[in-house]
Design a protein around this ligand. Structure first.
Ligand SMILES: [Zn+2]
Length: 344
């Protein structure tokens, strides 16, 4: 298995000060991949800057110009959660471009799969505005790029970040070519992602939201994958799978209230990889979204790479959630979602 790693120190130049989304996140991941020597098993895919034309596949000219202007004015806050520095514009171009390169590398057979370790993250950025630590929607841009460049007809985006990817949903809400599936804590930021949001017009049914109550862990997530995500993806039969990999779903993460373990992430990624192998010749690209506990983040990213590489032993240094809660009963939620999406 040839697994691509997209990374470049340019991503550290997006300076956010005391913000929870800071350069230490990527530094912790890279240093863990080096210490465990896993990095030697990976193929480095060098990112490039996305062009304005490529950003425009998703974003308005006005939004792109605004981010560029704030950078030129030595940075500032784009919304109450989202801050940028002078070099953030460059980092953001390389974040979108990094995911484009990962897509090219997989589609052109340079690597079997790839994981883009980029920042700023992207799934909250809407067509017209930055929000939720995100400047440009990297995964939406890569999906639009793949549709155009490789004349694809069906791409699936799976988003297991603890937050709903409102920007990604919005980008493809009218587009039957892109299936967007999100698991997320609800009610929670950004307040979207209800089960009734299913896509519009011809795209009806190609947005699948799985809003979960706080406290869900590996057992609930695996149930959701088995009962909803696997059948929905199989039915859609994508030619390429993209993943918004957010590790703020981990039990040790301070931003949210879920209870997923490193082992749980590895199991989810294994299911996604098996879907890619079964349906699209293994063509799979992941991108980093959230994840703010540095130890949990680094271990979870390593476990993700281990699964992509086909390594059997998964190290989970943090173990399961120490707060042993009973499994949350989500059967009626699952049944409702199955009904809405006509899953037998
Ligand atoms: Zn998140």
């Amino acid at each position: 298995m040839k697994v691509g790693l997209v990374y470049d120190p340019v991503y550290l130049k997006h300076e956010t000060g005391q913000h929870v989304e800071n350069a230490q996140r990527l530094e912790a991941i890279i240093s863990h991949l080096e210490q465990t020597q896993l990095i030697r098993q990976l193929t480095l895919v060098e990112p490039r800057a996305a062009s304005i034309e490529e950003l425009s596949l998703v974003h308005s000219e006005r939004h792109i110009a605004h981010v560029q202007e704030v950078a030129q004015e030595r940075g500032g806050w784009l919304d109450p959660d989202t801050v940028m520095s002078t070099d953030s514009y460059e980092a953001a171009l390389y974040a979108a471009g990094g995911l484009i390169r990962a897509t090219e590398a997989v589609m052109q057979g340079e690597v079997d799969s790839a994981f883009a370790l980029v920042r700023p993250p992207g799934h909250h950025a809407t067509t017209t505005q930055a929000m939720g630590f995100c400047l440009f929607n990297n995964i939406a841009i890569a999906a639009r790029y793949a549709l155009a460049k490789y004349s694809l007809k069906r791409i699936a985006i799976i988003d297991f970040d603890v937050h709903h990817g409102n920007g990604t949903q919005e980008s493809f809400y009218d587009d039957p070519q892109v299936l967007y599936i999100s698991t997320h804590e609800s009610p929670f930021y950004p307040g979207t992602g209800y089960i009734e949001e299913t896509g519009r017009g011809e795209a009806e049914g190609t947005t699948v939201n799985i809003p979960l109550p706080a406290g869900c862990g590996d057992a609930e997530y695996l149930l959701v994958f088995e009962q909803i995500i696997v059948p929905v993806v199989r039915r859609f039969n994508p030619q390429f799978i993209l993943v918004s990999a957010g590790y703020d779903t981990h039990w040790a993460d301070g931003l949210a209230m879920m209870k997923v373990s490193v082992t749980g992430f590895a199991q989810m990624v294994r299911i996604i990889k098996e879907l890619a192998d079964e349906l699209c010749g293994g063509r799979l690209v992941l991108t980093l979204e959230g994840g703010y506990n540095l130890t949990a983040l680094a271990a979870s990213v390593k476990a993700t790479f281990d699964v992509l590489l086909g390594n059997n032993s998964i190290e989970d240094p943090l173990g399961p959630s120490p707060r042993r809660l009973a499994v949350t009963n989500i059967d009626s939620l699952i049944n409702k979602i199955k009904e809405i999406h006509n899953l037998a």
